[in-house]
Design a protein around this ligand. Structure first.
Ligand SMILES: [Zn+2]
Length: 294
């Protein structure tokens, strides 16, 4: 058994995590870079890349990549400079792209429960989108007359939930969170199924059914309390006292956006800093403006 392992290094899935035979979220390892961009703009997975710099691949962050394909460690890319082997931008892009491809294949996704509504929704298109520190997808449901957008955010690390609830509420777009952390070390087809159906999901914000959001929030709190001692304040039930706070945040955000100077965040679709600094109107424009309108 040990001999075999040395001769055949473990593989990584499309999210960059080692595929673990023990399965279900047990491998503690961090994600590594597994996708490179070819000079012609197409993407190449680490398994198909030649060793070293032979394919002239670049990372999502723009850095040149070296394919590390040794005999022991799971194959992965590293920045040629040697710096920042753990590239946030590469991981977020890999996750968003993978999830969008998976959802485009299925053409449907399970949504968190809304009383009296179907548990899956169909859609025509799924686009990769990075939401601050979270990889995600946005889908458009409905017809031309009744077109609705839904943002899907993916959580891959344990104990970290997006704190963007108020942002989506301000922007007026529905969003849900899918917890992929127990599935991140599984082969691609299992992760894809988790993205669309299997993984636990809850509403971050629901524009039409705020009551579903509330019951989901309570569920999440119960789960969090019973499983671990993690406190997830961002999942707290919305209270009337939150409304004035949202107003205040809007004003503060707008003034900060005006005073915005140099940015060091990676160039993701909407960076973490932008989520904090852009006004709701600008966020909405960036999310849906040019393609969807109101
Ligand atoms: Zn990079």
């Amino acid at each position: 058994m040990v001999q075999q392992k040395i001769e055949q290094p473990e593989h990584r899935n499309s999210l960059g995590y080692v595929i673990s035979q023990r399965g279900f979220g047990m491998a503690p390892e961090e994600a590594m870079i597994v996708w490179g961009n070819k000079p012609d703009g197409t993407r190449l997975f680490i398994d198909q890349a030649r060793r070293g710099a032979a394919d002239h691949l670049k990372c999502e962050c723009g850095a040149e990549l070296i394919a590390r394909k040794g005999d022991v460690r799971a194959h992965h890319f590293a920045h040629a400079s040697g710096a920042a082997q753990n590239c946030t931008e590469a991981h977020l892009k890999a996750l968003s792209k993978f999830a969008a491809d998976a959802l485009e294949r299925f053409r449907k996704v399970r949504i968190p429960q809304i009383p009296g509504k179907p548990q899956t929704t169909t859609f025509a298109e799924a686009k990769p989108e990075v939401f601050g520190a979270f990889g995600g997808v946005r889908i458009a449901r409905g017809t031309d007359h009744d077109r609705r957008e839904l943002c899907i955010l993916f959580k891959v690390k344990r104990g970290r939930a997006p704190h963007l609830k108020e942002t989506f509420a301000m922007v007026g777009v529905s969003a849900m969170v899918v917890d992929l952390s127990p599935f991140r070390n599984l082969p691609d087809e299992r992760v894809a199924n988790a993205v669309a159906f299997e993984a636990e999901r809850s509403w971050l914000h629901n524009t039409r059914h705020p009551e579903a959001e509330t019951s989901q929030a309570k569920d999440a709190i119960t789960r969090a309390n019973s499983s671990r001692r993690t406190r997830k304040r961002e999942w707290g039930s919305p209270s009337p006292a939150q409304l004035p706070r949202i107003e205040k945040t809007v004003t503060a955000d707008q003034s900060r956006a005006d005073a915005d100077s140099d940015r060091t965040e990676p160039k993701v679709s909407i960076s973490r800093e932008e989520w904090d600094t852009l006004s709701p109107a600008e966020l909405r424009r960036r999310l849906f403006g040019s393609e969807y309108g109101d």
